[in-house]
Design a protein around this ligand. Structure first.
Ligand code: SF4
Length: 324
């Protein structure tokens, strides 16, 4: 029930001879609730204490039905948020599983895993954006990298998220009722609530921003014109750490020809509230170097690969000295 995408659960659904065309209104409502709650909170709530065959089956089957409903919204933002929410719930369950369960699920996900070692290419492809998983800490041998069970448990949700997003963007030939539920999801979901759950960095603390971002803030407030690339990097960083739109606009308010309406639109576009619905992330440190925007590197910079990782790490360690 915790892993409705696993082979065992799929087999169970097959054994139940489940036909989505005859899904009960109760089951469809549970699927809709699963989708909305996941999108708004950033994590799908699975009732692991559900008792009785009827409720267990409902929890299991709500997953494929919620997926279809979200896919039918054809809304990239909702699809991305839902995939993240399923992946987040998956990760929290995995962290409490014994090693053999993590390894067996990893194999089901197509990873070549043995003794906490995994194919180097898979590791690179699904590496979560967190400095704790960085490659430099992991010995490489025979094409495999020994990363430990926690890192493997971190790769699985990344793969689930990527596959879910891909499959939910495809057109699905399903009964019409799903389009009705999709419309309800689009109407009922609280997008503002969903925007703020992507990366839970907590309260915004400017003092912990990386040197490059502090330099860009100083540029924005200097009254000098700012090119598109640094403007985008700054806006996307601030959006991702959860700074409110008004506060971000205020930072740009000293740039020449400042226009409050256009700036607000631009920030909301970066958030995915406008345009294609894609929420943008700032570039990695490698790209920042390439753009000439990596400035004022400090000791912590040598341990991270992304400005958001810098911020996340600084929020954890505060002003403690980092040894190189
Ligand atoms: S290393 Fe990364 S975080 Fe540090 S200043 Fe350069 S771009 Fe920013």
């Amino acid at each position: 029930m915790k892993y409705p995408f696993s082979g065992a659960t799929k087999e169970l659904a097959k054994w139940l001879n489940f036909d989505m065309a005859s899904a009960s209104p109760m089951l469809l409502d549970r699927a809709k609730q699963r989708a909305i709650e996941g999108i708004e909170s950033g994590r799908v709530a699975v009732d692991t204490k559900a008792k009785g065959e009827k409720f267990l089956i409902m929890e299991i089957l709500s997953y494929p039905l919620a997926k279809i409903m979200v896919a039918k919204t054809k809304d990239k933002f909702l699809i991305g948020k839902y995939a993240e929410a399923e992946a987040s719930a998956f990760h929290s369950f995995l962290m409490n599983e014994p090693d053999d369960v993590v390894e067996s699920l990893a194999k089901e996900f197509g990873f070549d895993v043995e003794d906490e070692a995994i194919q180097f290419t898979d590791y690179l492809k699904y590496l979560p954006r967190d400095e704790d998983y960085k490659l430099v800490n992991s010995p490489l041998s025979g094409g495999k990298v020994r990363v430990g069970r926690d890192a493997i448990a971190g790769l699985l949700p990344e793969k689930l998220k990527a596959e879910l997003e891909k499959s939910l963007r495809k057109d699905m030939d399903v009964p019409l009722i799903f389009a009705t539920y999709a419309e309800e999801i689009k109407k009922e979901v609280n997008r503002d609530k969903a925007f703020h759950t992507k990366e839970d960095f907590g309260t915004v603390e400017v003092e912990y921003f990386p040197p490059c971002i502090k330099a860009l803030i100083a540029d924005a407030q200097s009254g000098q014109p700012m090119a598109h690339q640094p403007r985008f990097v700054l806006a996307s960083f601030l959006v991702n750490v959860g700074m409110p739109v008004e506060q971000i606009a205020e930072i740009f308010s000293s740039t020449p020809n400042y226009n409050a309406k256009k700036t607000r639109y631009y920030i909301e576009y970066t958030m995915g509230k406008r345009g294609s619905g894609t929420k943008y992330s700032p570039p990695s440190c490698d790209k920042m170097v390439f753009y000439g925007l990596c400035r004022g590197k400090d000791a912590l910079c040598s341990r991270i690969k992304h400005p958001l990782s810098y911020y996340s790490r600084r929020k954890k360690i505060g002003n403690k000295r980092v040894h190189t």
